[in-house]
Design a protein around this ligand. Structure first.
Ligand code: ASP
Length: 336
């Protein structure tokens, strides 16, 4: 029997075709063989389905993550792997969120998209979709994690970041090497893959989105910092700090953090640098934050940090200490 892959179409540039006037419209997924005729020759079965609403991924929300996860959960035993067609803009957030939702995932879930619509002559979508399907079919490697395939690289989803609004090579994974490279062959770095679990998949579907991201910049005012930290009902905030996790040492800044933490807000320290890690206490500029109880984010990406915080707050409502502990530990290979 042939291996089976399910395509889940969520929207984004990849699914667009041009009409006779040149305008772009989402294409009907049952016409995928017209858009990518090479798929007629592949050695696995492909089925497809789509979300009720096809969206530009700028409209992505946790509810859509749950809808995607519901499809994977429902069809888990019927397929060897899954390909999620997704807009590139928030693909790294969705890949990160799904990675946390799927505990004990033992099959590949590969997200892909494109910079040019499938229906355009020079589209990068055909190559991306064909390689993503090949990998998801499970015929060439045993992947047991959520990944992004884009322009010849397979990345761990929760390590990836969109880095270009122009190039076909639109994603990067600065703190973890790519898992595979597609050339004449698709070559996997097996030692970098997450181990395949032997226990049953668990899908956790609760997110708490009462979180904020506060990006520091020289000259940031007390009013801005205080207004973010005093957002009604705020449960967690990610501070995008400088370098290895440094922030101003001015009294007003530390007081604002201290008051927020005293009100139960979890503060997560993630660096603005694309590569490298937060090392609390390396400089005096992070010692005070450490003393106040700010949690260090190590080498996590901002996309993984936001979704991990929403996920943990959703999983353990009312148990902030547990959320703080889990935030600082790797859950699905998102931190070193
Ligand atoms: N705005 C589009 C989206 O993210 C861009 C893309 O698909 O590349 O849905």
């Amino acid at each position: 029997m042939l291996n089976r892959v399910l395509i889940i179409y969520t929207g984004g540039t990849i699914g667009m075709v041009q009409d006779e006037n040149g305008s772009l419209h989402p294409f009907a997924l049952d016409r995928i063989y017209d858009a990518v005729p090479q798929l007629k020759h592949c050695c696995y079965d492909i089925d497809s389905c789509q979300l009720d609403d096809i969206i530009d991924s700028s409209n992505m929300t946790p509810d859509f993550w749950v809808s995607i996860a519901n499809i994977v959960e429902r069809e888990y035993d019927n397929y060897d792997g899954f390909v999620v067609l997704h807009g590139t803009d928030t693909m790294s957030y969705t890949a990160s969120a799904l990675s946390f939702m799927f505990k004990n995932l033992s099959k590949p879930v590969i997200l892909t998209g494109s910079q040019l619509p499938l229906g355009m002559l020079r589209s990068d979508g055909r190559e991306n979709i064909i390689c993503a399907l090949e990998i998801a079919s499970g015929r060439i490697a045993e992947i047991a994690e959520v990944c992004i395939f884009f322009e010849s690289h397979l990345y761990r989803g929760n390590r990836s970041t969109k880095v270009s609004a122009e190039n076909f090579d639109a994603f990067e994974s600065y703190n973890y090497p790519s898992l595979a490279k597609a050339g004449i062959n698709i070559t996997f770095k097996e030692h970098l893959l997450l181990p395949k679990p032997t226990v049953k998949l668990e899908v956790r579907k609760r997110f708490d989105n009462r979180v904020a991201v506060l990006k520091l910049f020289p000259g940031i005012t007390q009013a801005v910092v205080e207004s973010v930290l005093s957002t009604p009902d705020l449960q967690g905030v990610i501070i995008e700090t400088y370098g290895s996790g440094n922030a101003p040492t001015e009294r007003w800044f530390l007081d604002a953090l201290e008051h927020a933490i005293a009100r139960g807000v979890i503060v997560f320290n993630v660096t603005q640098c694309k590569a490298g890690a937060v090392k609390m206490r390396q400089y005096a500029a992070s010692c005070d934050m450490d003393r106040l109880g700010v949690v260090g984010g190590g080498d996590i990406t901002i996309e993984a940090a936001v979704t991990k915080m929403m996920y943990l707050l959703g999983c353990y409502p009312g148990d902030k200490e547990h959320v703080r502990q889990r935030l600082s530990q790797p859950l699905r290979g998102e931190m070193s």
